[in-house]
Design a binder for this molecule. Sequence first.
Ligand SMILES: O=C(O)C(=O)C[C@]1(C(=O)O)C=C[C@@H](O)C=C1
Length: 280
Amino acid sequence: MKLATLGPPGTYSDVVATMYQQQPGVVFGARLVYYSHLQRCLQALPDEADYAVVPIENISEGFVPVVLDYLVSADLHIVSEHYQSIEFSACGAVTELSECKRLYVQFVASGQCRDFIDALGDVEILTTQSNSESLLLAAEYGQGAMAIVPNHLLADAAAETMPWRQANVHDYSHNATRFLLLAPGPAQVEDVIEDDGRARKTSLMVMNDNDRPGLLEQVLHCFSTRRLNLSSIVSRPTGQGFGQYHFFMDVEASLNNIAMQGALRALQQITRVKVLGCYG
Ligand SMILES: O=C(O)C(=O)C[C@]1(C(=O)O)C=C[C@@H](O)C=C1
């Protein structure tokens, strides 16, 4: 069994994939396969891997657009979620920060370390696809280069050669990212029929094929009348024109909950809905 995740090894995605691989569950004992960017991890399903671990949402940066957009059309479902605490360090081939000429930082990580990056002043910022790639590129560039890396990567051989090492450069001490374990195929309602009493969440994608006044209000009504709480609702452009959006929603209820089933039936009469998974 293969589990796709973002590489090179050392990313936070790798930390979470390793956690899944080592604990009893559907991917226990799976072999990790690394991909250089998030889109490739997702595309690995189903031909190159059986499961994938990707970040979906950060406490300050919000949702990761590339993952949401992929979920609109891909034949994938969510098996599980994991909240990972995220801590960043800066390291580089400099003896003081004023010597920094170039900073490598992953595209989502940059928004989580804004204060540190702003204080560097006028340096060249190169965004990367992963936090471990940032470290490798800074080490390769040498004198004057710095990287934002996960705290745990300060122990990596590449970081150990760097004279400047500063831990905890993230803006929020409680920084965290939510990760999803994804599998190919549609979510199976039967999978969750057995209610084990655990609190569950159902994720849905409300597809906007036919924009009209009041559509979102009607959608929300399906949940509010049944006293179902949404823990998130985010929109993504359909790409068809301004003002047209799909909606990604997390509902705090299991798919086998009677109220949730009623909401789903009501929603299906209003618009096209894709059930992304029921987990928790
Ligand atoms: O580069 C990594 O370490 C990742 O796992 C990716 C990622 C992300 O894209 O959100 C994961 C967690 C952090 O929020 C920053 C980066």
